[in-house]
Design a binder for this molecule. Structure first.
Ligand code: NAD
Ligand code: WQD
Length: 337
């Protein structure tokens, strides 16, 4: 049996493929490489010593997506990472985001139904909660107001998956809401390397530490937190990847169902704490300045990870020092040869 991984050449996808190969699963990757590099496929093979099938296919391309299912009749489940994910870009290019993320997912789901494959894990995001009355987010909360087209695509896909399940409850669906993934594989061979100026905190810190950007702007010093900077639930990407294996195990043990899980540590850290830890564990300077708050940012957002622990037997194991060390190790290995 094989697992189809869409977006498997990307940041979270590649780490998940490594973990799947480590437990001897057969993996087929579909990725159009719009935000990733072909070299990642070789790096995955190098890390695991295992082979994978790779198709450079856009999930909107129905004909070629069907070909993948035709050529691999043993595809039993799909882990669906493929999508565009930059919040700021989604505000500037809403049509591109709605088209890629929504039509891409629709085409994938129709293709899965055609080939009678109804088991899927979907990469959702804590962003679907919007702003709630408390800072710790739990799955029993309703989806909230999204603040950008990217977040709206995630909320719409969640709704789409719910409607599909209610219409045909032979589907077996797991929706995973990630908090803030950072870090990299311990080999330093794969990690997050966004093109252009990064939006997210850790990729920005990595570029400042590597002297590609001269300083970090810390957005806001007047939040109601211990040091005035905003707090998030940062999770090591390898822990996150392992969460997918547990979610898949759960689906394999169920005949059908629709499940939603937060994947986070449950421990918020402020921007200041992340910067200070990164500097300390890597013994490197990260110049920074405090600037205005970034529009739309919440003060504190972190997961209640109880449901994933109780139902999946999953909990994050790596700490903030590991996350900061592994992020920098990836830069050292890949950019400072
Ligand atoms: P990424 O950009 O590194 O990976 C996404 C991959 O999908 C890329 O390799 C890209 O080339 C591919 N892709 C995009 N559109 C495609 C299409 N139409 N057809 C085929 N391939 C396509 O992003 P990531 O950080 O690994 O995120 C993976 C998933 O997790 C995304 O759906 C993202 O929205 C979601 N997510 C990410 C975060 C985060 O902070 N990184 C948080 C929550 C949710
Ligand atoms: C973290 C903290 C910033 C950059 C986003 C998406 C969310 C999810 C994860 C996909 C905030 C501060 C950042 C910088 C800074 N992605 N910061 N200077 O905003 O929590 O979540 O990524 O689903 O949907 O919204 O993550 O890494 O952008 O920011 O001070 O240059 O770092 O203000 O407090 P965020 P982030």
């Amino acid at each position: 049996m094989s697992i189809l991984v869409t977006g498997g050449a990307g940041y979270i996808g590649s780490h998940t493929v490594v973990e799947l190969l480590n437990i001897d699963e057969n993996v087929i990757i579909v990725d159009n490489l719009i935000n990733s590099q072909i070299e990642t496929i070789d790096k995955i093979k190098e890390i695991t010593g295992k082979d994978i099938k790779f198709y450079q296919v856009d999930i909107l391309d129905r004909e070629n997506l069907e070909r993948v299912f035709e050529e691999n009749t043993d595809i039993e489940s799909v882990i669906h990472f493929a999508g565009l994910k930059a919040v700021g870009e989604s505000v500037e290019k809403p049509l591109e985001y709605y088209k890629n993320n929504l039509i891409g997912t629709l085409t994938l789901l129709e293709t899965m139904r055609k080939y009678n494959c109804k088991k899927i894990i979907f990469s959702s995001s804590a962003t679907v909660y919007g702003e709630q009355a408390t800072s710790q987010y739990v799955e029993t909360m309703k989806r909230g107001e999204t603040t950008n087209p990217y977040g709206t695509t995630k909320a719409m896909i969640e709704k789409m998956l719910e409607d599909i399940y209610y219409a045909d409850n032979s589907w077996n669906i797991s929706i995973l809401r990630y908090f803030n993934p950072i870090g990299a594989h311990e080999s330093g061979l794969i990690g997050e390397d966004p093109k252009g100026i990064p939006n997210n905190l850790m990729p920005f810190i990595m570029k400042v530490a590597n002297k590609e950007i001269d300083h970090l702007n810390i957005f806001g010093k007047d939040y109601a937190t211990k040091d005035g900077t905003a707090a998030r639930d940062y999770i090591h990407v390898v822990d996150l990847a392992k969460g997918h294996l547990k979610a898949l195990e759960k689906l394999n043990n169920e005949k059908s169902g629709l499940f939603i899980y937060n994947l986070g540590t449950g421990n918020p850290y402020t921007v200041q704490e992340i910067v200070d830890t990164f500097k300390k564990v890597n013994n490197i300077d990260v110049p920074y300045e405090y600037t205005e708050r970034r529009a739309g940012d919440l003060t504190i957002m972190y997961a209640d990870p109880t449901k994933a622990r109780e139902e999946l037997g999953w909990a994050a194991e790596k700490n903030i020092e590991d996350m900061c060390k592994d992020s920098w190790n990836f830069v050292k290995i890949t950019k400072q040869k």
